[in-house]
Write a protein that binds this ligand. Structure first.
Ligand SMILES: Cc1cc2nc3c(=O)[nH]c(=O)nc-3n(C[C@H](O)[C@H](O)[C@H](O)COP(=O)(O)O)c2cc1C
Length: 182
């Protein structure tokens, strides 16, 4: 059986009472059922006490999924602090986005994150999963009430993410990205 691809599953909100937990739990279940990834949860709430461990988890990951809300048409300060605290851990790796918010479904935050990750030599995956007004779409156990469309979108996202994760892991092992421009 091939080794699972290590994936960093990142919380985009650190707010008390955040909806992000529901969203991350949904994403984690989808990632588990895909079967090709081993996910570790990375939470900006842990930055103060566990920054070194977060760094190790980011370092070991070959792919990332960021679960982001939209705050004032952007992403959160907590997420930016987490991104900025690391550098080479992001480089030459794929990043995919699951977003949520009001009518925009958090997509304005995603568009901004694409710019940030381009600067970090990371590859933003084109396919997203976006939830507009998700507050009443999950039951009390955290299950999505009408899951089909989101599950289909997440399958596509994970398929593309896996392709990039394996491709870039092999590329990092066989040739130096930075030397190519030396
Ligand atoms: C400071 C702040 C700004 C917000 N701005 C937006 C916004 O611009 N667009 C939007 O769709 N939702 C906005 N919201 C609503 C959030 O999408 C909603 O509160 C969501 O649950 C936030 O994620 P969290 O609960 O995981 O922190 C905002 C919420 C906060 C707290």
């Amino acid at each position: 059986m091939p080794q699972k691809t290590k994936l960093g599953l990142i919380y985009g909100s650190a707010r008390e009472g955040r909806f992000c937990d529901t969203m991350v739990n949904w994403a984690a279940a989808e990632i588990l059922s895909d079967g090709r990834f081993a996910a570790s949860h990375i939470d900006p709430r842990d930055m103060e006490t566990n920054s070194a461990e977060i760094g190790r988890n980011l370092d070991e990951a070959d792919a990332f999924v960021i679960v982001t809300p939209e705050y004032n048409h952007g992403y959160t300060g907590a997420l930016k602090s987490l991104i900025d605290a690391y550098n080479q851990q992001w480089q030459i790796k794929p990043v995919a986005f699951v977003s949520y918010g009001g009518v925009s479904g958090g997509l304005r935050a995603v568009e901004q994150l694409r710019l940030i990750f381009a600067e970090l030599h990371a590859v933003g995956i084109r396919d997203t999963v976006s939830f507009a007004n998700p507050w009443n779409r999950f039951d009390s156990a955290g299950a999505l009430v009408e899951p089909k469309d989101a599950e289909r979108a997440m399958k596509t996202l994970l398929a593309r993410l896996h392709w990039w994760a394996v491709t870039l892991r092999d590329a990092r092992a066989t040739s130096s990205y930075f030397e190519a421009a030396a």
